[in-house]
Design a protein around this ligand. Structure first.
Ligand SMILES: [Zn+2]
Ligand SMILES: [Zn+2]
Length: 249
C-alpha cells in the first residue's frame, strides 16, 4: 500500500518534545538532543508552551541553535499554543516570528474548547452541552476553529488532534466524513503537518487514514516532558502498523 507517509518515517521523527523552557518539563534541550541521537531519530522538533505574554522565545531559539550538530539528526523548533476561540485565534505572543529567524512551526493545540467568547474549560463545555449545545454543534465549532487556526498560522502542526474529545464526553467516531475532509483540505492547503501523538493516543486510525489518503504530512510525536521518553513509541508504532502506513518509497 502506497501512502504519503511511511511507518519508518513516523517512527524516526519526534516532532513534539518539551524542555525546561516549559513550566512542566524537566529536561534541557541538550538532554533531549542526546536522547534523540541515542534513540536513532532522524528528526526532532523542540517545542515549548507559549502564551500571549511569553517573552523567552528568542532565548529558547538561541539555545537550540547553539546545540552541537549531530550527523543524520535534523533539529527543528516550534512553540505550542492553544486555540483561543472559535475564530481560530492562537495564544501566541504578538511579536512571534515564524519562519526564517524564528520558530519553524506553531503547534496548534486543543487544550481548551474554542468557544465563541474565548477558551472554555472541559467543565464549562460540559455545562454548555447539558443546556443546549449538541455534540455535533461542539464538533462543528472545534473543527471550524481548527481549520481557521491552520489558515491563520501558515506553518502549523496540529498537536494531539482531538485529544479534547474524551474530556468533553465525545469520541472521534462522532466526527462525520465532512469534518475529516475539512481538516485534511485545510492541512494540505496550508502546509500543516499533523502529529500522531503517543502521550494522548490520538488521532485514531480512521482519522490518520483519512489524513494520509488526502496527502497530509504526518509526523510522530511523543509530547515528551522528560528525555527518557523522546522518540519512544508503542501506541504510535501499533497505530502505524494497524493502518498499514508502511513506506514503499
Ligand atoms: Zn499540548
Ligand atoms: Zn505538548
Amino acid at each position: 500500500m502506497t501512502t504519503a507517509v511511511g511507518e519508518l518515517d513516523l517512527l524516526l521523527t519526534d516532532h513534539h518534545v518539551h524542555s525546561t523552557w516549559s513550566d512542566d518539563a524537566v529536561s534541557s534541550p541538550m538532554e533531549n538532543l542526546v536522547a534523540a541521537r541515542d534513540t536513532g531519530l532522524a528528526s526532532i522538533r523542540m517545542v515549548d508552551h507559549v502564551r500571549t505574554t511569553t517573552t523567552w522565545v528568542p532565548g529558547f531559539l538561541a539555545e537550540v541553535a547553539a546545540l552541537p550538530r549531530i550527523d543524520g539528526l535534523e533539529v527543528l523548533t516550534g512553540v505550542e499554543a492553544k486555540i483561543l476561540d472559535a475564530s481560530g485565534r492562537l495564544d501566541v505572543p504578538d511579536d512571534l516570528v515564524v519562519g526564517p529567524g524564528g520558530v519553524d512551526r506553531i503547534l496548534i493545540a486543543d487544550h481548551q474548547f474554542p468557544g465563541p467568547d474565548g477558551p472554555w474549560s472541559p467543565r464549562r463545555t460540559l455545562e454548555e452541552m447539558a443546556t443546549g449545545l449538541t455534540g455535533q454543534d461542539a464538533l462543528d465549532i472545534l473543527v471550524t476553529a481548527t481549520v481557521r487556526a491552520m489558515g491563520r498560522v501558515g506553518r502549523g502542526q496540529l498537536a494531539h488532534l482531538f485529544s479534547l474529545l474524551p474530556k468533553i464526553g465525545l469520541h472521534e467516531s462522532a466526527l462525520c466524513d465532512d469534518h475529516l475532509a475539512a481538516i485534511a483540505d485545510a492541512a494540505v492547503r496550508s502546509g500543516t503537518t499533523v502529529e500522531v501523538n503517543e502521550k494522548w493516543r490520538c488521532p485514531g486510525p480512521r482519522v490518520v487514514l483519512a489524513l494520509a489518503a488526502a496527502g497530509v504530512p504526518l509526523v510522530g510525536s511523543t509530547d515528551s516532558h522528560e528525555c527518557s521518553t523522546v522518540g519512544r513509541y508503542s501506541w504510535v508504532s501499533d497505530a502505524a502498523s494497524a493502518t498499514r502506513l508502511v513506506g514503499t518509497r
